[in-house]
Design a protein around this ligand. Sequence first.
Ligand SMILES: C[S@@+](CC[C@H](N)C(=O)[O-])C[C@H]1O[C@@H](n2cnc3c(N)ncnc32)[C@H](O)[C@@H]1O
Length: 223
Amino acid sequence: MSRVAKSYYSDADPIVQYVTERSIRMTDVQKKLKEETLKHPRSRMMGAPEVVQLNTNIMHAIGAKKVLDVGVFTGVSALAAALAIPSDGKVFALDINDDFVKVGKPFWKEAGVAHKIHLHLAPATESLQKFIDNGESGTFDFAFIDADKLNYDNYHELCLKLMRPGGVIAFDNTLRSGAVIDETDQSENVVAMRKLNDKLRDDKRCNISFLNIGDGLTLLFKK
Ligand SMILES: C[S@@+](CC[C@H](N)C(=O)[O-])C[C@H]1O[C@@H](n2cnc3c(N)ncnc32)[C@H](O)[C@@H]1O
């Protein structure tokens, strides 16, 4: 049993199963996309339903209309965001791998929200910098950071510029299956995440909540 695990992992703590069985709400299309994604060879990249739903609830609570989805994979988090925002809202979905995204597109369409999802197929640092160059700083309400871990620090700085005051940035996988507290693990991604976690703790530009949910989720609330 793992103390840190997405609810769909077979080794997740039974208490995680208990709470998710009593809280996860998905539309039929979201359930279908989850099942489709579980068949994918890289299925463990899929956002944990409990994380994706918390993101959704935050987007609702803050009235989010303009959202960044950094790391799309099969589009589970992008779909949830598109469902959470109003009909004139926009999700900017950033990824480099069209094959992954292609899996999700029919489901976005079936859910009737494809028009809200604007896909940018390029390294996410480039797309985010482009938004800044276009004068969109301070205009985004919510960002979900879930792409390559070595760039999380760059995503932090770029997304902070793009968020409005009161906007929320959610960083996924900030516990790396618990490896962040195992100093014998010196792999690149884990070392980068430890460094980021320490930086976020000390970042006075935001308020913070660091949650043991899914693979670890850190929420930053821009001051
Ligand atoms: C963990 S998955 C995203 C999961 C998704 N958010 C969800 O809820 O299911 C990470 C994604 O980041 C993408 N990615 C990796 N490096 C990237 C980069 N430099 N720029 C943009 N996307 C990147 C990968 O192609 C992959 O689809």
